[in-house]
Design a protein around this ligand. Sequence first.
Ligand SMILES: [Zn+2]
Length: 368
Amino acid sequence: MFPVKSLTVRGHTLELPDFFPDATKGVIRACSADDITTAGINGIIVNTYHLLTQPGPTVLEQFGGIKRYMNFPGTVISDSGGWQMFSLIHRSDGMGTISKDGVTFKKETKNGTFKHKITPEKCIQTQFAIGADIMICLDYFTPENPSPTDLDISVKRTVEWAQRCKEEFDLLCRQKKLSADEKPLLFCVLQGGRDKASVEKCASGLRKLNFDGWGLGGWLFDENMDLDLDICRFYHECMEPDKPLYALGIGNPKAIADCANIGFAIFDCVLPTRDARHKRLYVFTKPADQIDFASPEKWYDYIYIQREKYIRDFSPISEFCDCYTCTNYTRAYVRHLFEIEDTLAYRLATIHNLRMYSMLMAALRKRL
Ligand SMILES: [Zn+2]
């Protein structure tokens, strides 16, 4: 029995589980808001770090938020920006610094060097300016292969920052006089890597703060780069099961089905849209509503549309897909568009992959 079947936020009810593709900079590349909703997508996730840089929170606030700005009627999650800043700072020297008070990053843009400090309070203020329905606390990412000191710092700061985020969130809701129907939701993120004692410690600190939902954080892949389902299950046990649980950054269709089976309800990932632009298109091996997710059979595959065998293939990308692309165009034509590097290729391929994900989520909702 799936624990949380739906989620109502700011007047919209979302059936769960559901998938939120990444509209990082306020757009799913090459697609209009109509393309996204027609593909059956109910919500998107935008990136606080990128929107803080361009167009900036004051532009979005003046416009009444990202939904009006990009003309998207569905549910919007804004991430905390923490993961991008951490990954940028860890990846290269000179990108910024991390302290107990937050993250300071530097970014070169065409308008000059952009330097900004994100504190937990600033993170929430920015997400209010974005106008998201679901906001995420700034968390302190547990790195891959953490030392005991890394684990301690990650857990301690994640809880401290979550408390500061919650206080700022409550303060802004009061200042803006938001009614229960107008209030966004605030999710915390559970950290602790693959060290169970650290995860438990982090969870016990977060539980006291009474968030609207929980996010799965940290690096949870095993040595083969497969998602470690045992540790995902443990994270799930440490969360509050009567609240919506969000598996951040997950994932491929199999990982989503596995995590939904554990009880996670919200997913986001760059895969379907990024793969589409790299000519990797998802196909089910049977109609989505006939998939037995518990069976070991392979229920989806990829086609690599650049292959020569598709030059004269006049079938749709997938015989089990009803998307705009599959209804109107052939594999041969989509391949041709990629060959001549026309931007329509990105649009048609992305619409198709998004529809495959929305059909997957509908099938999971029916089964769980
Ligand atoms: Zn399709």
